[in-house]
Ligand binder design. Structure first.
Ligand code: BGC
Length: 730
């Protein structure tokens, strides 16, 4: 359809039909036995006609056939034959499950995000999904918050690049153009707008207190990158900001999102976020909640029904503008048109069609992603001889711990991924360690390791050269509404570790988690391989890494604190007026803790390899740079080992003097480089004037650079870089 035809369609719609379009009802309203509408429909207080006028469906009704049936019914029952949209959370895969986003972030490989987007779109669209509620671009700095697993970490540059690549994967190369003609593409929805990743005390749904400057500088760029990449939807966040819930915040939606960020697509509430305005205490009833959200600019209401049940009267009495409604409906119909739904409501689905889901190629792609997301946090030896990993052929190996035989490796938000399709670590380890492998047989629960399981692990450990302990938290403990106040593993796992450690110090910990953890009680473990939730092919990737078929290359995109008291913690902090230094460490009035170091346990950008890389010879192409003349910064990276490996080389900049205090360092570039044994590679980065622009202060939050000095450096992590050089912006 042409744009004019859509406008024409809006002009032909009745008020009720228009209000229908801005409502999104849960899939279970449509999937109960036909005619039996007493369940979810009654619960919501709507009637059957509402089902067929609602503009979109939340979630997947369970099969492609159901999508076909529902779509056909909607088109038939709608007077103007307007199709619905199926929107679902396809976050890190549909059936072929990739590592969780925080894990995939550790690859520092934007291409993998594109691959994940493509595979997710291929699988989900063949089963009827049109829109995914992804990417979640919320910047995170507090591992108490369970949803850090859905994010890609604490850095603005990485988050923005990953979001853009993922959207390209979902939607195709030409931003959103392919949505209309390639039915194996999914439309993306950037979420949660805005600042949802910074809840007070790390508690989900709690309020957010961010300065305007911080919001603009750190939190908004991820959303902006998603919009620039062509995402046609943005989801509001549950939190308040400046005391006002995002769903009813006209400044956020109209001034920031629409005017400053130039977003022209559809805004959608989060799950029941509009009805919850009552709980927030800014609306007395459903009508006021609906009025506040709609007039703030929230186009679609997800899951709650304040729009469906109260807006008619408010438009009729002039409390709300019908013109604003027309504009919202136009945006929704444009999205439907851009998805090709008017011409092909089924987007190519055919009843009984066989689907190419979980193809071998997809399996290999999830495997590759898992390989690249593993982070080797430590690899030493208990006797200072050879490092424990990779495992030495011929030596005996034991395996115990709650994740030795667990298929709980997919992580939260794993859509239609099934644990039955996941091979656990013991099975995969048997494949690669063919002799001398002893695996515990006693059931071992992550939240309560029994004394029997501990005794058995100790017996195994006594009789093997190397003991692998697969520890971690169940997937139920990460994701939405899983905030914690203690970042340590459960006490019984710590007990397991200590008991084994007493009889055999050669311990390799394989750590399964959706968030950074406090690992101080594992200080004596010679090797720790961080697996995150690695997805469908995760155990295979872990096993291949343990035996050295894969050389780990992942690096952290979120700081691991020493303990919960250090959070929120992130590498790009502002300097203090009283910074702690090597020289003043003993002084009292410096910025420090009296009971703990300032430095984290594992900093942003950190990750080891079976190779060892050294950095040298930092150079700049000139001492000055300008708007027309960038500067090139380069260093030599050498693989000092006898093993080829991939190094993630990082480029950091510090602005010495500004109008505002600037972060101690900021990532401005990174490269994944494969380096052969003994080889030296010259790695260079370009620094432009645009790279050093930043958001200034109130009232305009303008973004510009300031002439002056910058310190530039290259290194292996945010805490391990070459002594910096000075360049001047003229
Ligand atoms: C989450 C969103 C999600 C939505 C729909 C909400 O609870 O916050 O991220 O997209 O549910 O499933």
């Amino acid at each position: 359809m042409e744009a004019l035809e859509i406008q024409q369609l809006v002009s032909e719609m009745t008020l009720d039909e228009k209000i229908g379009q801005i409502a999104q009802l849960p899939a279970d309203c449509y999937t109960n036995n036909a005619g039996d509408r007493t369940g979810p429909v009654q619960r919501l207080g709507i009637d059957e006609t509402d089902l067929w006028r609602a503009g979109s469906v939340l979630g997947w009704p369970g099969s492609a056939e159901e999508c076909i049936r529902i779509q056909k019914t909607v088109v038939e029952k709608s007077r103007l034959h307007i199709p619905t949209i199926f929107m679902s959370d396809v976050v890190h895969g549909w059936k072929s499950i990739f590592p969780i986003p925080l894990a995939l972030g550790s690859s520092w490989d934007p291409h993998l995000f594109e691959v994940m987007g493509k595979v997710s779109a291929q699988e989900a669209t063949q089963e009827g999904v049109h829109v995914t509620f992804s990417p979640m671009v919320d910047l995170v700095r507090d591992p108490r918050w369970g949803r850090v697993m859905e994010s890609t970490g604490e850095d603005v540059l990485l988050n923005s690049q990953f979001a853009a690549s993922l959207i390209k994967g979902y939607q195709g190369d030409d931003k959103s153009e392919s949505l209309a003609h390639n039915f194996h593409t999914l439309a993306a929805c950037v979420k949660h707008f805005a600042g949802y990743g910074a809840p007070e005390a790390g508690r989900d749904y709690a309020t957010v207190s961010l300065s305007g400057q911080e919001l603009y500088e750190k939190y908004l760029p991820g959303y902006q990158a998603g919009i620039a990449a062509g995402a046609p939807l943005v989801m509001m966040s549950f939190n308040t900001i400046d005391g006002l819930p995002a769903h009813a915040n006209p400044y956020l939606i109209q001034e920031v999102l629409r005017k400053k960020m130039g977003f022209t697509g559809v805004t959608i509430s989060d799950f029941a976020g509009i009805a919850e305005l009552i709980e927030h205490g800014i609306a007395a009833d459903a009508a006021q909640a609906a009025r506040k959200a709609f007039s703030a600019g929230c186009d679609v209401e997800m899951a709650s029904v304040t729009y469906l049940t109260t807006l008619r009267e408010q438009f009729e009495t002039g409390k709300l503008s019908v013109q604003a409604l027309d504009e919202a409906v136009l945006r929704i119909l444009t999205l439907k048109n851009n998805l090709g739904l008017f011409d092909n409501p089924l987007r190519g689905l055919q009843p009984g069609q066989t689907h190419s889901i979980q193809q071998p190629a997809f399996r290999e792609e999830t495997y590759q992603a898992a390989l690249e997301s593993l982070v080797l946090l430590r690899n030493e030896s208990s006797t200072s001889r050879q490092a424990l990993l990779p495992l030495t052929p011929g030596k005996s190996v034991g395996l115990a711990g709650p994740f030795a035989h667990s298929s709980d490796l997919l992580g939260g938000w794993s859509a239609e991924g099934k644990q039955q399709c996941v091979e656990p670590l013991d099975a995969q380890l048997k494949r690669v360690v063919t002799d001398n492998l002893k695996v515990s047989q006693v059931a071992c629960e992550p939240l309560a390791v029994s004394s029997q399981a501990i005794e058995e692990a100790v017996e195994i450990a006594k009789n093997v050269d190397t003991m692998i302990l697969a520890l971690g938290l169940p997937s139920q403990w990460s994701g939405e509404a899983t905030s914690v106040t203690d970042l340590r593993l459960p006490a019984s796992q710590r007990k397991l570790y200590q008991a084994v450690q007493q009889v055999n110090p050669n311990i390799v910990v394989v750590l399964v988690t959706g968030r950074p953890l406090d690992l101080t009680y594992l200080d004596s473990a010679p090797s720790i391989l961080l697996a995150w939730f690695p997805g469908t092919q995760g155990a295979r990737a872990i096993a291949d890494t343990l035996v050295g078929k894969n050389n780990p290359s992942g690096k952290l995109t979120m700081t691991f604190p020493r303990n919960v008291g250090q959070v929120p913690i992130h590498y790009d902090a502002l300097p203090s007026g009283r910074p702690e230094t090597e020289e003043n460490k003993q002084e009292r009035y410096v910025s420090h803790y009296v009971d703990c170091a300032n430095e984290p346990a594992y900093p942003f950008g950190f990750g080891k390899s079976y190779s060892s890389f050294s950095y040298s010879d930092l150079q700049v192409s000139s001492a000055e740079f300008s708007q027309d003349q960038p500067v090139t910064v380069s260093a030599t990276v050498t693989n000092e080992s006898s093993r080829g490996g991939t190094e993630i080389v990082q480029f950091y900049v510090h602005d010495c003097v500004g109008e505002l205090s600037r972060p101690v360092r900021e990532l401005k570039g990174f490269k994944r480089i494969e380096i052969n044994p003994g080889e030296s590679v010259r790695v260079s980065f370009t620094l432009t004037e645009e790279d050093v622009r930043y958001t200034h202060s109130m009232p305009a939050f303008a973004r510009y650079s300031e002439p002056g000095d910058f310190l530039v450096t290259i290194g292996a992590s945010s805490a391990d870089t070459l002594p910096p050089l000075r360049v001047t912006l003229v």
